[in-house]
Design a protein around this ligand. Sequence first.
Ligand SMILES: [Zn+2]
Length: 189
Amino acid sequence: MKIKTSLLPKGFTAKAERLAEKFRDELNVHHCGHLCAFRLANHLKVSICEASDYGIEPEWLERLTGWSGLYMVNQFSEKIIIHNTNHTLGRQQSTIMHELAHLVCKHPLPEDIILPELPFLRRYNPQHEQEAEYLGATLQMTRKGLVWAMRRSMTVAQIADYYKASHEMVDYRLNITGVSKQFKNFGSV
Ligand SMILES: [Zn+2]
């Protein structure tokens, strides 16, 4: 799993950790605990819908685009995330966290929808995309949570299970936060 970080503004990674901890505080979740994406969506007053609610077959959409989800605001100013329920639960969690991250970062919704009748395909500002990827992953697992898990000698599979995340996402977070390196060095001393 490779998430680019080259366009992240200075200080963004620390800000992401602060936000992930702030939302945990608001929802009475320990800074190291699992924060459910559906619960955070509810907290942020975002409705979660399935593509099939819109009469669209997710299989067809995915074949076409590899589509996983999108955030939109409808004509009644309701905030909605539509996501692909065919994906594993771990991927659904990260898709929803990613879309919530766009909202938390106040990214303007892109206007260049490619197919007007099907608002599933659109281009994002690449910097906003990197911010949503990074913040979404941090919302799933805080750095403190990863340190806690490593101190308990949890395996990647156990961490993934605890945080309802994919193994790839756990590996990614352990690497990008430097936690895996920290514990490798610790182990070799
Ligand atoms: Zn995005």
